[in-house]
Design a binder for this molecule. Structure first.
Ligand code: NAD
Length: 296
């Protein structure tokens, strides 16, 4: 069992750290929020008062932070950057969803200091984090991936080596752009069917057995009452927030810009989620996008 320093114990990081502790690892946990920290302690983690304390004697350091500026700040550019204190045998695993170029640049700085750093963003949401069934998309060297695997397996079910540093973040941006497009298309089709008198459950069943079948129809129907145990049947509470989808679409657009990749559908999806967010729906699950199509 390993000594692990875990930094960022929010909706995702809290249950991920809890699963590591449950698997028998010694997890020193730190978060700026005392509430988040207290929850992690109740789940079997050891409380520390600073990020620096969390990384003492750590064989692995895992971070799960809101955005690229937090990751860059923590390791590189804050007043007391952790890269000044991490020993060379330690593997740093950043699971935050951030810009691929920030992940690459932090990995490059790490390498210059003799530190191992990989990007390992996740898919699967809070439910997947709690159940330990997340998908991890890893960017880094093959040996770093192999070293991280037993630790990632305590938190996830499907663990992929996407490629070199930054590749995990690229895979994550592609996946979530695709998800946003699928959800927007599903909302659009279901709304048109309903406006023309179809029962959304009947229409969903037809499309699931036809060429319009997709993940949103299969497990995440956006129309309330069509499926049980999905956010649409719970006033769009829980699940994956519009604010986070909007953030991820921003990362996808950044990637599209940097690589001159045409993404007209992703760009349209970002516009739709932006409008929906500006109408006060940022805290709802992203399947609430269907409200944008419906008459008020
Ligand atoms: P969150 O806001 O719930 O948690 C982030 C935590 O980081 C907070 O508790 C905050 O206090 C802490 N934090 C921020 N800066 C810190 C610092 N310098 N030191 C210590 N702690 C610090 O966010 P979340 O939903 O857990 O998401 C975390 C990451 O996972 C994001 O990058 C997000 O895009 C990604 N993600 C989220 C989901 C989801 O469904 N929530 C799914 C996949 C990926």
């Amino acid at each position: 069992m390993a000594n692990i320093g875990f930094i960022g114990l929010g909706n995702m990081g809290g249950p991920m750290a809890a699963n590591l502790a449950k698997a028998g690892h010694k997890v020193k946990a730190f978060d700026l929020s005392t509430e988040a920290l207290d929850k992690a302690v109740q789940a079997g983690c050891m409380k520390v008062n600073t990020a620096l304390e969390a990384i003492q004697e750590a064989e692995f350091i895992i971070s799960m932070l809101p955005a690229g500026k937090h990751v860059h700040g923590l390791y590189v550019s804050s007043e007391a950057p952790l890269f000044d204190h991490i020993s060379s045998g330690t593997l740093v695993i950043d699971s935050s969803t951030i810009e691929a170029d920030v992940a690459r640049s932090v990995a490059h700085i790490a390498k210059e200091k003799g530190i191992e750093f990989i990007d390992a963003p996740v898919s699967g949401g809070v439910g997947g984090a709690q159940a330990g069934t997340l998908a991890f998309m890893v960017g880094g060297e093959p040996a770093q991936f192999d070293k991280a695997l037993p630790v990632l397996e305590c938190m996830g079910k499907n663990i992929f080596h996407a490629g070199e540093h930054g590749a995990g973040q690229i895979a994550k941006a592609c996946n979530n752009m695709m998800l946003a497009i699928l959800m927007a298309g599903t909302c659009e089709a279901l709304n048109m069917g309903m406006k023309n008198g179809l029962d959304p459950k009947v229409l969903s069943d037809i499309m699931k057995q036809s060429s319009g079948n997709n993940w949103a129809l299969q497990v995440y129907n956006p129309v309330p009452g069509v499926m049980e145990n999905v956010p649409s049947s719970n006033q769009y509470q829980g699940g994956f927030m519009v604010d986070l989808m909007f953030k991820d679409l921003g990362l996808a657009m950044n990637l599209s810009q940097l690589s001159s990749s045409p993404t007209p559908m992703g760009s349209a999806a970002r516009g739709l989620f932006n409008l929906h967010k500006e109408q006060g729906n940022g805290g709802l699950d992203f399947s609430s996008l269907i409200k944008l199509y419906q008459e008020k």
